[in-house]
Design a protein around this ligand. Sequence first.
Ligand SMILES: [Zn+2]
Length: 314
Amino acid sequence: MRIIDLHCDTLTECEKQGLTLFNDHTQLGFGRLGKDGWCQATAVFMPDNLRGAAAVEYFDRVYDYWLKQLEQHKGRMAEAADLEKDCLASPECPAAFLTVEGGSVLAGNPDRVSLLAKRNVRMLTLTWNGANELGGGQAEDIGLTAFGRQAIALLEQNNIIVDVSHLGDKGFWEVTQLASRPFVASHSNARAVCGHPRNLTDDQFRAIVKAGGIVGLNFCEYFISNLGPAQPVECLLEHIRHFVSLGGADHIALGSDYDGAPLPLWLDRSEKLDSAISLMIKSGLESALAEKICYKNARAFFARYAASAVGEEP
Ligand SMILES: [Zn+2]
């Protein structure tokens, strides 16, 4: 099956551990992806204890590592700089695009938005769990700051997709008021199925659907159920069925969270994803819906996002 995955922390983890993106140790390895074509969002994760100049310095270090990895693995992986064109990676050469998990990367400076765009950052998760210059995450639900409200427009102008995963509920609803382009929750599940505050309420999911956005299913065991690493495939299927029941069959994608979370055993390595999808299909997931979730919905979202561009020549 082709794959488009909207979130992993593998890049950050590899930089930290001094590994290449093609290693065998991390949950995701670029040499261990399915062979039907794989496009992977690779996040620079911004820790909540870094702000201002320290956050910028940290981002620059991981970004340097990213550039070196692209250079080192030329021909074995490619940067999907234009998501609409590049998201269906060739089977021989997986594609990856850069995202940032945490608006502290802006250090409160609006000029940094266009700088990130020039560096091909395609998506920004506004917060992690704590508060930063843009607003409050789910553990510190203070809403958006004035700079956070300004940043939504700047991100949209610079074609950087707004990501509300981790954002507190108050900030979420402010984004729905401010966003003029479709936005995403790159790695979040259904709160009605698993009551974790990192998951989306039904109203939040409906608001993302209404905006033409998309939600990546998170494989983190805590956000699927409370049954731990041995939980069965049915637990993730319940989230899919719930989102479908809310009218979201065209708005569910993958947001694995590889290398950012403990995952159920049947899903915990990137090379298992093909068999994991087969397992879900055997357990009742319709093949056509599986295809939508694995890549078709994300591809359609990238097209909608590109079509919604503001202030550009036709
Ligand atoms: Zn995350």
